[in-house]
Design a binder for this molecule. Structure first.
Ligand code: MLT
Length: 323
């Protein structure tokens, strides 16, 4: 019996080491918890394409949407810890959702292993073209004069666009009426069509529509203008003080994924982030690349914990009700 147990344990141990040694030996899936075409999906696809070259295996995207990304994250959390399923997420999915959804069914810190901190986005206040405002000040006046709150697109309660909307309400005192979508890709389609009034959106999702003149951009929420949208003032410059928010993204794998596999995935992501063609694509979307000293798995783990400490009090105070 003892021999059998030892044999089983050694298979488990060496089996694990063997799986890490020849990882990857089949396609890898990145679960993006929002609709195709949105800012998360676009960034994930750019990275996946380049990571394929390093890993030598297909890196495919699976969009698993709903409940502000918490369904897709749950799918990744419950997948085998073998490196073949990666969770793409951000401030909304891997911080805010923990403060909003009481029954997430998983712990955002203890049920996931951090892999790498990805580029961040300033947020931008955008509206449909029919809004008669040419500046943030005029937009705020228009919003205040309306009989009912403006229809504001989000990717669901707890999403980055929703947190940004809550922040906007906080600093302006203006109530918004949220319209949830499965991602801000579809929300943007409705904004361009004039079906909703505004979004407090990730710049990467709005920048091309603003450039094309199909929506109006008023202000960005970073402390400095984006080089890719230099004509858009900061909220501070536009007269709205204290509205500072950037939305960072990241990659995680299920808890228990072998460290060698986490290291391998981190190396492939870092190689993609250092690739000049990838950098050009992401920076042209207004994304700010991750600082070099924040590219380790540990750096993402520390960052996520600090962001939870920073955002949970405000989000809990907003008493967001999720249906
Ligand atoms: C959000 O949190 O607003 C999402 O990132 C939107 C998206 O990626 O579709």
């Amino acid at each position: 019996m003892r021999k059998l147990l030892l044999a089983a344990l050694s298979v488990l141990a060496f089996g694990g080491a063997a799986s890490a040694q020849n990882f990857p030996s089949r396609p890898i899936t990145i679960i993006v918890p929002f609709s195709a075409g949105g800012p998360s999906d676009v960034m994930a696809r750019i990275l996946a394409e380049r990571m394929k070259a390093t890993l030598g295996e297909v890196v495919q995207i699976e969009n698993v949407t709903g409940a502000a990304g918490s369904i897709g994250v749950g799918r990744a959390v419950r997948s085998p810890p073998d490196g073949y399923t990666i969770s793409f997420g951000h401030l909304g999915t891997h911080v805010a959702n923990g403060a909003i959804y009481n029954k997430l069914g998983y712990d955002l810190v203890t049920d996931l292993e951090p892999v790498v901190l990805l580029p961040s986005n300033t947020m931008i206040v955008v509206s449909k073209n029919a809004v008669p405002a040419k500046s943030l000040g005029e937009l705020l006046a228009w919003l205040k004069a309306r009989p009912e709150p403006a229809a504001t697109g989000t990717a669901g309660a707890g999403s980055g666009s929703h947190i940004a909307g809550l922040y906007f309400e906080n600093v302006t005192g203006i109530k918004l009426q949220y319209v949830p979508y499965r991602g801000t890709g579809p929300a943007m389609n409705d904004l361009v069509a004039g079906q909703i009034d505004m979004i407090v959106d990730q710049l990467s999702n709005s920048i091309n529509q603003v450039r094309a003149g199909t929506i109006r951009g008023y202000a960005v929420t970073d402390t400095k203008r984006s080089e890719s949208a230099a004509d858009i003032p900061t909220a501070e410059e536009a007269g709205l003080r204290g509205f500072h928010m950037t939305l960072w993204s990241g990659l995680w794998v299920p808890k228990g994924t072998p460290k060698e596999i986490v290291t391998r995935l981190n190396a492939a992501a870092v190689e993609a982030l250092n690739d000049p063609a990838v950098r050009k694509q992401l920076e042209n979307l207004g994304l700010q690349m991750t600082p070099k000293d924040k590219l380790t798995p540990e750096a993402l783990g520390e960052w996520q914990k600090a962001e939870i400490a920073k955002w949970w009090p405000m989000i809990k105070a907003a008493n967001v009700k999720v249906d």
